[in-house]
Design a protein around this ligand. Structure first.
Ligand SMILES: [Fe+2]
Length: 385
């Protein structure tokens, strides 16, 4: 525990509970905002979740909300530019980022261009003055990325056609509303994929070697909540208790991964950009192979993950504790319908060279519990096929 000093920060005000969306108008008024811009994607406009948002806002005549619904599933720079333009043209004074990770990311990031309309995102400079961004309320309708409590937005840049991570503490939302009723419409497949993304965040952040005992505690409780509630939310999308616990656990996963992630995420990122896999699905398919790899080199690494998952590993030897925990995670992934390998998602040997190249360039594996080489990343893809 020698220097540098560690920094611990859990700053986002979060309102949780069924019907919590009803409190949004009063919160906006507290911020002095009357004309919020809802930033979302076109598919959400037809959902019951969106109706609940509209109903909440309609209850306050003083509010005159506007909508930008042009967010793409993997957001591009133009989404951010157009959202910022809509904000300026309609005279808005706050952002309501409403939806999955993409809508939340665009909602957070467009405030950079509201402050600096001429900025190309490729020239974003962390050290510029980003104080005073428009207030943003994040309202997730999925339980997975945890982007609502994150300080970054992932956007594909025009100039490079690659995903860039825009990171700044000022990007944090002023307020997060976690209302489990807004996630009722999420179909079982997406419930599983997004929930397993959250589980991967908790497992990878807990086992990454960075010193952050606060995040470790958050990650372990996140694992407990996900194991308890994800299968229930998968089987019955209207299970209010399970949906609520998953929403909180997803936010906890993202709070925990300010500590950092691991090799699973490095494998998953190129699977999305090159092979079009859903991020959570890519994590779910690769996670067991990465756990096997890490446990072989650091026996006992997953004992406390197993304890958090409620399985009997306390008195087992290191190797046996890992074996039972990884077996449990594999079983959970299978139960949630994602037990097939990468081949089932169209990934073939011909993709391997480019996948490995991009996975190795991805920074997440630098905080994996043990170092990974290019060849080992290739072996992990092969083991996940
Ligand atoms: Fe993730």
């Amino acid at each position: 525990m020698s220097s540098p000093a560690a920094t611990f920060s859990f700053p986002t005000t979060t309102v949780f509970g069924p019907g919590a969306i009803g409190g949004l108008p009063a919160r906006l008024q507290q911020f002095g905002c009357k004309r919020p811009l809802i930033v979302t994607d076109p598919g959400l406009l037809e959902t019951r979740a969106y109706q609940l948002l509209e109903k909440a806002l309609a209850g306050s005549p003083a509010l005159r909300p506007e909508v930008f619904s042009g967010v793409h599933p993997n957001p591009v720079e133009q989404d951010v530019v157009l959202a910022a333009k809509a904000f300026a043209e309609k005279g808005c004074d706050a952002v309501i980022a409403f939806g999955g990770g993409s809508a939340l990311d665009v909602g957070k990031a467009c405030r950079l261009l509201i402050k600096r309309p001429d900025l190309a995102l490729a020239s974003f400079n962390f050290n510029d003055d980003w104080c005073g961004l428009a207030p943003c309320v994040c309202v997730p309708t999925t339980a997975g990325t945890g982007s609502e409590v994150g300080r970054s937005s992932v956007v594909t840049l025009d100039s490079t056609k690659r995903k860039a991570v825009l990171f700044h503490p000022q990007l944090l939302a002023r307020l997060v509303i976690l209302d489990p009723e807004l996630t009722f419409d999420l179909p079982p497949k997406l419930t599983a994929a997004t929930g397993l993304d959250a589980l991967t965040h908790c497992i990878e952040s807990f086992t990454s070697p960075v010193f952050h005992p606060l995040c470790d505690g958050v990650a372990l409780e996140g694992i407990h909540l996900i194991v308890e509630s994800l299968p229930r939310a998968f089987r019955d999308g209207k299970d209010l208790d399970a949906r609520g616990k998953m929403l909180v656990a997803a936010a906890m996963g993202a709070v925990a991964f300010q500590k950092d992630l691991g090799a699973t995420h490095s494998l998953a990122h190129p699977l999305s950009s090159l092979c079009g896999m859903h991020h959570g699905t890519a994590n779910a398919v690769c996670l067991p192979a990465v756990m096997d790899f890490n446990a072989q080199r650091k026996p006992g690494l997953y004992r406390r993950v197993g304890v958090a998952a409620g399985i009997d590993v306390l008195k087992a030897g290191d190797t046996e504790a890992d074996r039972r925990t990884i077996g449990f995670v594999r079983g959970l992934i299978r139960e949630l319908g994602l037990g097939e390998g990468l081949r089932a998602f169209g990934v073939t040997e011909s993709h391997l060279d480019e996948l490995v190249e991009q996975a190795f360039a991805d920074p997440c594996h630098q905080t994996n519990p043990v170092p990974v080489t290019r060849d080992e990343l290739r072996a992990l893809y092969v083991a996940s096929m």
